[in-house]
Design a protein around this ligand. Sequence first.
Ligand SMILES: [Zn+2]
Length: 192
Amino acid sequence: MAYDNAIRSNWLAEQVIPELGKAFPFVAPLTRGNLLVTVGFPSSGARGRSEKIRPAELNRQWTGNEGEKDGMLSIHPIYFDRPRNVLAASLFGLAKHISARWGPSRVGLEKNGADIIATPEVEAKLAEIVALIPEPPSGYGVPFPVRQVSRGRLRRYTASGNCSNGEPHPVIRSASDTLNVTCQCGAAYILG
Ligand SMILES: [Zn+2]
């Protein structure tokens, strides 16, 4: 089973963040496609005692980048044990947009050890979103149930000998079983 971090980031960006934006007005300004969402350790508070661990980081180093003008939200992988925790960690990080220090408590979240405790109102909204959004991709610690996705098997095509630049011909991988391609030097690529 492949763990693909890009699939996880897409799930966060396309499913989780927009729904958080609808449920929590303070998140809405960050749902216009200018927030890069990813799964990764924060630059500090990544390891160590659980009370030191940061659920998420809202980083604004790269706001000059297209699609990152509102910042980069990085969700700590340990919160990928169940959907509720991913949502709580995301919200925790997004709240830092209000105040790096007090944002999470102002929106009804606090940390107890590594756990993110939500007020009953926030917990209810998180539960609604969990029920609404599609199943997340598999996680790090305890994997979520994973839907079987058929991945195309790539065929390997090679051309023998060196090319006109003296370098060996590169291998070409293609989903096609009947790729018919010739190098510009005239060498034919064959399956295998
Ligand atoms: Zn060639």
